[in-house]
Design a protein around this ligand. Structure first.
Ligand code: ATP
Length: 546
């Protein structure tokens, strides 16, 4: 599938629009249109329902070390600035960036890729050609070598047929692997050596609190929902009868001032996360980590991401954050990535007792295999914690401990994008349907995710058909999102619904008037069955639960 086709469909049919489009758009921000809002809400509802609401704490889930409880929370986006100092985000949540002195553009250090190349540089008229070895770069992730050839042609002043005169050396690599940038030709530059040394750039959006707010009254828009859960750990314990092991879930907006937002909604500056912090006894944490990793992977497959584009990848030791005892990513091979590359949908991390201890004691750093309080130049704690007791007393074990945390952290927008990419299907030779185009494009969403669950059509606008169809529509509408459509040939109406992923179409025809049956058409198989009007609701309910 070509990504451009999906992006065009999303815009045309009202799934996604660029934010502030009439003013030229705002990079890294997106708006969900009438169908997009339904799709994304269905993704979040399916997650909340499967992880929190329908979870039964009395029954042992397959693979779970024991029974457990789940609950939810909804925290504020702006929190006390100390939260971000103790969590480590204030000091550590940054990316490196480089600026180009020539093009005045800014790039993420690890995103600029390139390759060494030797060739004759043709200067302006009258000057002699000069042999040069430079590191040509690009920001393109797709067809990187092709993009580098384009850039090299521009730099050396060559025509396509002269490309063979260049000698490429080594593999494509990121500029962050080079020690010296003096021979690097920036992605939009004409000369080598115009990129500055990398600088740290904090990804949190800073904001001022209150009308009179000065430098001391700043805080941040949260870059993740997780910290709200940690700082409310004691409130949840004290206000409910919940016992470890248990999880607290939260769905909400997060903000990161990404240096190079791109790839549609994949890397945005405002996005939604669906996070669980699961609290357990330290001795059990390894088993809970494995449980959540496998459970979360299965959830995506259950929601229809069954293709081999989905994978579970355990991090190497060197990739782990300083506090983590294990992390796995659930990844999807998005069509905008180069062949063989995957993008993260969700990370499942074993975070040990790092977070609760940080909010008790202050910012922690690793020393050998210990987490210790970070000190300033005077030997005082660099950032003080809340000083509140965030330990847990287990009355069965008769033991007090700081629970360990397993964190399945996923992005609602990335999941929605993966469901869209995976659902996009082109059927070149579908069964003929009256008045429809030869090619059929459909979104093969799981019925739980489909924005519209069913569409009701009268075959023609006469002979009592519209009246019966309206009645069916009104009845079904009480239960799910249904559309009514009586315009155009029925085949074209089918195609319109296919393109937005409606799993079922119901057509009222001449036979309905006589025997009370309608046709129920399946989006994926195109099979049409006659069903009694009064059985439609239970039939749809059964199929929706698939
Ligand atoms: P990446 O390495 O892609 O920047 P990350 O490892 O920083 O992601 P986490 O901090 O683990 O991401 O965040 C958890 C989840 O939140 C990610 O798996 C992703 O689904 C989502 N997410 C993170 N950053 C963004 C973003 N800029 N745009 C959209 N979703 C995001």
């Amino acid at each position: 599938m070509q990504m451009e086709e999906l992006v065009a469909l999303c815009r045309r049919r009202g799934f996604l629009f660029q934010s502030s489009e009439i003013y030229g758009g705002l990079n890294g921000f997106w708006d969900y249109g009438p169908l997009g809002v339904l799709l994304k809400r269905n993704v979040k509802n399916a997650w909340w329902n499967d992880m929190v609401e329908s979870h039964n704490e009395m029954i042992l889930d397959q693979g779970a070390p024991s029974t457990y409880e789940m609950t939810g929370i909804d925290c504020s986006i702006i929190m006390h600035p100390q939260v971000w100092k103790c969590s480590g985000h204030y000091d550590l949540f940054h990316d490196y960036m480089v600026d180009c002195k020539e093009s005045k553009k800014r790039y993420r250090y690890d995103h600029v890729k390139g390759r060494w190349v030797k060739g004759l540089k043709h200067g302006e008229a009258g000057t002699a050609a000069q042999e040069l070895t430079v590191f040509i770069t690009t920001m393109e992730t797709e067809e990187t070598q092709q993009a580098l050839e384009q850039a090299a042609m521009k730099f050396f002043g060559l025509r396509k047929k002269d490309l063979e005169s260049l000698s490429w050396e080594g593999e494509i690599e990121s500029i962050s692997s080079l020690d010296d940038l003096s021979q690097v030709v920036g992605p939009d530059a004409h000369h080598p050596g115009t990129l500055t040394s990398p600088r740290e750039f904090n990804l949190m959006f800073k904001t001022t609190i209150g009308a009179l707010g000065g430098e001391d009254d700043f805080s941040f828009l949260r870059p993740e929902t997780a910290q709200g859960i940690f700082v409310n750990f004691k409130n949840v314990l004290d206000s409910s009868r919940i016992k470890v092991p248990f999880g607290i879930a939260q769905v909400g907006k997060s903000f990161r001032n990404e240096i190079t937002p791109r790839n549609f909604t994949f890397r945005s500056r405002e996005f939604e996360q669906m996070e669980i912090e699961f609290f357990c006894h330290p001795e059990e944490s390894e088993k809970w980590y494995q449980y959540w990793r496998d459970r979360r992977f299965k959830w995506y497959t259950k929601m229809g991401l069954t293709s081999d584009r989905l994978r579970l990848r355990e991090h190497e030791q060197a990739e782990l954050a300083h506090y983590s005892c294990g992390t796995a990513d659930i990844e999807y091979a998005f069509p905008f990535l180069p062949e063989g590359e995957y993008g993260e949908l969700e990370g499942i991390a074993h975070r040990g007792d790092f977070d609760l201890r940080s909010h008790m004691e202050g910012k922690l750093v690793r020393e050998g295999d210990q987490l210790v309080l970070q000190k300033d130049a005077n030997g005082q704690p660099k950032y003080r914690g809340s000083g509140k007791d965030l330990t847990y007393f287990d009355d069965q074990r008769k033991e007090r401990f700081v629970p360990h945390v397993i964190e399945p952290s996923s992005g609602a927008d990335r999941a929605t994008l993966a469901f869209l990419c995976d659902a996009y299907t082109v059927d070149k030779a579908p069964t003929a349907e009256k008045g429809a185009d030869a090619e059929r494009v459909y979104l093969k969403f799981h019925p739980r995710l489909a924005p519209i669950k069913a569409a009701v059509f009268p075959l023609v606008k006469k002979d009592g058909m519209p009246e019966i169809a309206t009645e069916i529509y009104a009845e079904l509408k009480k239960h799910f999102n249904v559309q009514y459509d009586e315009k155009g040939a029925v085949g074209r109406r089918y195609r319109r619904q296919d393109e937005i992923g409606t799993p079922f179409c119901i057509t009222v025809d001449g036979q309905t008037v006589q025997d009370g049956t309608v046709t129920l058409r399946d989006r994926d198989t195109l099979e049409q069955r006659r069903v009694k009007k009064e059985d439609l609701l239970s039939e749809l309910n059964d199929r929706m639960r698939m």
